[in-house]
Design a protein around this ligand. Structure first.
Ligand code: NAD
Length: 333
């Protein structure tokens, strides 16, 4: 079976080729992302397209996939805000994803961002390499005793809650669906607006939906504690970038760690070190000493990559053979 694999990076090829030894699929790796510019070039006979977070599966793209008789869209990620599910449903194309592949990978990266921003280890690393052992400007704060507000307590948010509890933080949460196990472990759920006002640190772990687009905006930023640390490893569209820049300028936001960015598809996963970046917002963000940007790497651990490749190929195999995957959350359409 032929699979057109978009947004392919060398590490994707390593992990998928290794797992594909069991299946022997004909995987054609495309470096470009999938979008209207390339969809017509997909080979006849391709039955599956395998895509990632910044591939654009609009109704227009899905219509062409249907004409080409593509049967499955295999997302090798959890989020699916980049796919028009209704269009796929109408065209009879099945969609599978990797709903959980190591929530700890993402949760641990959120913690890494928090610790880096707070304890400034990235600055210390550069400083001591130049034999500058001064501590000026490296002052941090204890996590122990701080209040952490977690927005979204699904798989990743829950893993993050557990880690922060281990640090001795008071953990508050907001999620329309409260998790009994977390409650039993001492985590308190609060309404969203209340959580904003109580938290020293806010970490976003909900998916991007129409309802929560720009969840962090001018109005909600007014409700947060002055000097708050915000960490976003979920999706860029949860934060209104201009509004958070204004809040950083006034000190309302004390630290910002983002692994995701609204306009990331033009930037992330690419080496642009020799290019002029035509995005003034990301440049402004990166100019703040209290902002840390990573390029959507929270998922990127060996453990997670192995699971992503294995779950994706097993789901394709199941769909090919008309079997339901053991985890129903794998199938979106
Ligand atoms: P999940 O589906 O297990 O949990 C999401 C939770 O968010 C659910 O409990 C849901 O009820 C809750 N939720 C929905 N809307 C909400 C809102 N407005 N406010 C508060 N809670 C809300 O998902 P997950 O596996 O924990 O992943 C969370 C998100 O992390 C994904 O949607 C994806 O966008 C992101 N993600 C990022 C990376 C990365 O590498 N940076 C990797 C994987 C996932």
């Amino acid at each position: 079976m032929k699979i057109a694999f978009f947004s392919a990076k060398p590490y994707d090829k390593d992990f998928f080729n290794r797992q594909n030894k069991t299946f022997n699929y004909d995987i054609q790796y495309w470096e470009t992302h999938l979008g209207p510019h390339i969809v017509n070039a997909i080979d006849e006979g391709t039955e599956v397209v395998c895509v990632f977070v910044n591939d654009k599966l609009t109704a227009e793209v899905i219509t062409v996939l249907a004409i080409k008789k593509v049967k499955v869209i295999a997302l090798r990620c959890a989020g699916f805000n980049n796919v028009d599910l209704d269009a796929a449903r109408k065209q009879g194309i099945k969609i599978c994803r990797v709903p959980a592949y190591s929530p700890e990978a993402v949760a641990e990266h959120a913690v890494a961002m928090l610790l880096t921003l707070n304890r400034k280890t990235h600055k210390a690393y550069n400083r001591v390499r130049e034999q500058n052992f001064s501590l000026n400007g490296l002052l941090g704060y204890n996590l122990h005793g701080k209040t952490v507000g977690v927005i979204g307590t699904g798989k990743i948010g829950k893993a993050f809650c557990r880690i922060m509890t281990g640090f001795g933080c008071k953990v508050l949460a907001y999620d329309p669906y409260e998790d009994r196990e977390l409650q039993a472990s001492g985590i308190h759920y609060l309404p969203f607006q209340e959580l904003l006002g109580c938290s020293d640190i806010i970490s976003l772990h909900c998916p991007l939906t129409v309802e929560n687009h720009y969840l962090i905006n001018e109005n909600t930023l007014k409700k947060i504690k002055k000097g708050v640390t915000i960490i976003n490893t979920s999706r860029g569209g949860l934060i209104h970038t201009d509004d958070v820049i204004s809040a950083l300028k006034t000190g309302q936001v004390g630290y910002l760690g983002i692994d995701v960015y609204e306009q990331e598809e033009k930037l992330f996963f690419k080496d642009l070190s020799g290019s002029i970046i035509d995005d003034d917002k990301i440049q402004r963000l990166m100019s703040f000493p209290n902002v840390l940007v990573t390029g959507h790497q929270a998922f990127f651990t060996e453990d997670a990559m192995e699971q992503i490749a294995s779950i994706t190929l097993n789901s394709i195999h199941a769909l090919e053979n008309g079997i339901s995957p053991s985890d129903p959350a794998v199938i979106l359409v």
